[in-house]
Design a protein around this ligand. Structure first.
Ligand SMILES: [Zn+2]
Length: 135
């Protein structure tokens, strides 16, 4: 299964804690997300990663992963060429002057934020996270 392969091959896995329920309310996304069973997938991924002794780190859903340039961390003007539309996959970044693929740029931001949170040794994030007491 894909979750086992990812959990096995990666010592650190960073994922976005998507608000699945809210996305499913969006009719354009509902089918894709429901079909993939994203929440179940993440649950399995976390379980398997921990079984391999690997680190699973969720990033808060309010982290603007798709709206930051992954190289400069500056905000990409989201109205540029309709970047707020999910149909737009590529954006010419005014900061680093590269052409970002929306998904890859977002994934880099999630990884960097995840590593930053891990380095701090807390799940508290400046952009809003959860702090759980260690029990
Ligand atoms: Zn950029």
């Amino acid at each position: 299964m894909l979750s086992r392969k990812i959990a096995h091959q990666n010592q650190v896995i960073c994922v976005e804690d998507l608000a699945v329920k809210n996305l499913v309310k969006n009719p354009n996304l509902a089918k894709a997300i429901s079909d993939q069973g994203w929440g179940i997938f993440l649950t399995m991924l976390k379980y398997k990663a921990e079984r391999f002794g690997h680190t699973y780190q969720e990033i808060g859903r309010f982290f603007p992963s798709s709206q930051l340039c992954s190289e400069t961390l500056l905000p990409i003007p989201i109205l540029q060429k309709g970047y707020d539309s999910l149909g737009v996959r590529l954006v010419d970044c005014p900061h680093c002057l590269h052409r970002h693929d929306r998904d890859i740029n977002g994934a880099k931001n999630i990884k960097n934020e995840g590593l930053r949170v891990l380095a701090l040794g807390t799940s508290a994030s400046t952009l809003g996270g959860e702090v759980r007491p260690k029990s």
